[in-house]
Every structure is written in C-alpha cells, then in structure tokens.
Design a protein around this ligand. Structure first.
Ligand SMILES: Nc1ncnc2c1ncn2[C@@H]1O[C@H](COP(=O)(O)OP(=O)(O)OP(=O)(O)O)[C@@H](O)[C@H]1O
Length: 303
C-alpha cells in the first residue's frame, strides 16, 4: 500500500464535475496522505481548479465522494455505511468523518476545517498585517457569525479567546518573519511576503487540510525558496496536511510527497515526484503545452 493510502486525510472517490455539456473532471480518485504535501499538477484546463473548488465546497460535484477524516481514516465499510445514511458527517471511534460534497462551503471551512488560499491575493490591503490575521479568526471568535453575548458584554471568556487569537497571530508573524511589519498595511508588503501572509492567515484558523491554489505563482526564486520552507514547516510542525495546485516544477518536485497528474479532466498518473517526472504519459501531456512547461519537465527529467 502506498504511504498516502495508509491513513488518508482525504479520500477522493470517482469525482466528476460537469458544466452543461463540458466534463471538466471525470471519474477522478486519489488519496491525500495525512501529514503529507500532495500536489495536483497538469496542463492548463486539466481540471485542477475544479477539483479544488469541489474539495473546498465552492462547487457541488456532479458525482463522487470526498471523505475528510479527523483522527485516523475510517475503514472502507465504515465510510460506505455513512454514505448510505445520507448524512454529511459522523463521529467515529477514531474521530470524525465529513463528506465534503454534502456540506455547504462555510461548513467545509468551519466544521471540516479545510482552509484555502486563492490564485489571486485576497488580503485586506488597507488593514495592517496583524489585523489581517485577526480578521481571519473573527468567525471563530463569534457564534453563528454574529457577535456572541460574551463578546457584547466583554466577558472574561471572550477576552481570553481574543487574547489567544492575538497570540496565535503573533506566533504566525514570527514564523513567517514578518513580526516587524505587524503594524504596516498589508498592501505595502512585497508580493512574496503577501503570499506567505495569506498562508499564515489560513493557518490561523487551524485547518486540518490546507488547500493552496498556485502559491508560487509570480514568486522570484528567493521567494519561492521561502515558500518551500514555510510549507515544509507546516507539514512537519503543525497538524495540517497540505494539498496544492502548482505549475512551478521546482516547488512541486522539491516539497511534494505525492503528486497527482490530471489531463483533460482525468487522472493520468499518481505517485512520488520521482515516479511522476519519469512517467511517459506525464511527459507527453506536458509536451502538448507551452514551451516553458516542456523545458521545466525536460530539465527535471534530465532529457
Ligand atoms: N465555472 C465553470 N463553468 C464552465 N466551465 C468551467 C468552469 N470552471 C472551469 N470550467 C472548464 O473546466 C475545464 C477545467 O478547468 P480548470 O480551471 O479546472 O482547469 P485547471 O487545470 O485549473 O487550469 P489552469 O491551470 O489553467 O488554471 C476547462 O475547460 C474550463 O474552461
């Protein structure tokens, strides 16, 4: 059994997504290993973002199951039993399991604890760096999204939670080496720092699975190296598994434990970076696209 199959945090089974007549994702299955970095790669239009949008609850899949587990993964029979009940989540002996395709997107974030970042930066550029990390935790500090009575009355329980949120934000600013910029507007940061701040913001919600959509896009080599370091530290020091879409092969090959390759909405390969980069189907898929992608693959394979 492959390492990512032993205790998957997420089991994607027979996922399909149609937009009218267009099949964007077709019958895709893969596992995301707990405590691993998993990359989804593929040429433009392969269906990567669509898979992400299904996992994070932005799209309701046309078919398929997306089972996320807290604690050890349930057995296939336990998972099938939950699926038959029609419920979206269940407690198991080992923790809990969530069928993401049945949850509204806010529950994917708040109950299943799946975090994400987007291709385009979505920080509040006029707010300070620290405030951006506090806003991220705001929903966690309130109940039902409205201010709780504890908050309105400034009760000790509320003040404790607020203090913990500030503490967590500062810890993350230390980790991404931006504590000295805490009071500066986020929009004043260099691009690479804004990218890492977005990741820190997502981490403040303490996700069990962090989904990153092209985190290295637009980064220079130095910024890209800092990103790699951050993602590896999250994998190793936090109880968070990482799933990313990425075009930058140096990031994919440098930090992934497991790579899933899509082409025309189908999975064409699934393995370690070494297995995938020498897979003739993967090379052929990339040879059909832009020159820089071909060069990156050829450089990796040593052609
Ligand atoms: N909301 C939508 N409505 C209609 N078609 C869509 C929608 N989202 C994606 N598609 C189509 O689905 C296919 C897969 O797109 P997707 O964005 O998932 O690919 P991708 O691998 O992420 O590509 P890229 O690397 O360019 O971001 C494409 O043909 C795209 O045009």
């Amino acid at each position: 059994m492959r390492p990512w199959e032993q205790d998957p945090i997420l089991a994607v089974d027979r996922l399909s997504m149609r937009f009218g007549g267009l099949v964007a994702v077709s019958d895709v299955s893969f596992r995301v290993g707990r405590g691993q970095v998993t990359a989804v790669i593929g040429p433009n239009g392969a269906g990567k973002t669509t898979v992400f949008n299904c996992i994070t609850g932005f799209y309701k899949p046309s078919a398929g199951r997306l089972a996320l587990s807290h604690g050890a993964a349930p057995s296939p029979s336990e998972l099938d039993a939950l699926t038959r009940t029609g419920r979206a989540a269940a407690r198991t002996r080992k923790g809990g399991v969530f069928l993401l395709e049945r949850l509204p997107d806010h529950k994917v974030a708040s109950a299943a604890r799946v975090g994400r970042t987007f291709q385009n930066i979505r920080l509040f550029s006029g707010m300070t760096v620290l405030e951006n990390l506090l806003v991220a935790q705001h929903m966690g500090l309130t109940e039902t999204g409205l201010l709780s009575p504890a908050a309105l009355l400034n009760l000790p329980s509320w003040r404790r939670r607020e203090a913990a949120a500030v503490e967590r934000a500062k810890t993350w600013l230390e980790r991404i080496h931006l504590i000295h910029r805490a009071d500066d507007p986020a929009g004043d940061l260099p691009y690479g720092d804004q990218r890492r701040l977005e990741i820190a913001r997502a981490m403040c919600a303490q996700p069990v699975l962090l989904c990153l959509d092209e985190p290295a896009a637009g980064l220079n080599p130095r910024e890209s190296a800092a990103l790699n370091e951050l993602l590896l530290s999250i994998r190793d020091a936090d109880a968070t598994s990482v799933l990313l879409i990425e075009h930058d092969m140096s990031v994919v090959m440098g930090i992934s434990d497991h790579v899933v390759v899509l082409e025309y909405g189908r999975k064409i390969a699934d393995g370690t970076p070494e297995e995938v980069r020498t897979d003739p189907r993967v090379i052929a898929a990339y040879l059909g696209v832009e020159e820089d992608a071909v060069e990156a693959i050829e450089a990796e394979v040593g052609v």
